[in-house]
Design a protein around this ligand. Structure first.
Ligand SMILES: [Zn+2]
Length: 98
């Protein structure tokens, strides 16, 4: 099950389980490497719409510590969220918002 979260810094992120990850990789939503450290993605990744990045948990934590939300980028983030959720709908992948 995918978990959608809004972090305390207002970023929307998705925790993606291994099966959903494989399905989303197959449709090209993200690759098989972490977009930050370029290492092979483990099973279970984080998707960050505002960057359109798929990444490992460690890289996400590092990034999130430093990042600050920029309202100018909200529109881009919303577009990527809509795109991801359209794919989830199309692929019959459920997600829960927590
Ligand atoms: Zn990484």
């Amino acid at each position: 099950m995918i978990k959608k979260k809004i972090t305390h810094k207002r970023f929307t992120i998705y925790e993606i389980d291994a099966l959903s990850q494989r399905m989303l990789q197959r449709v090209g939503l993200f690759g098989d490497k972490c977009d930050f450290c370029n290492k092979e993605l483990p099973e279970g990744v984080i998707y960050i719409p505002i960057l359109h990045y798929g990444c490992c948990t460690e890289c996400f934590k590092e990034w999130h510590e430093e990042a600050s939300y920029c309202d100018r980028e909200r529109e881009y983030e919303q577009e990527k969220i809509a795109c991801l959720e359209a794919w989830l709908n199309y692929l019959y992948i459920d997600f829960e918002t927590i």
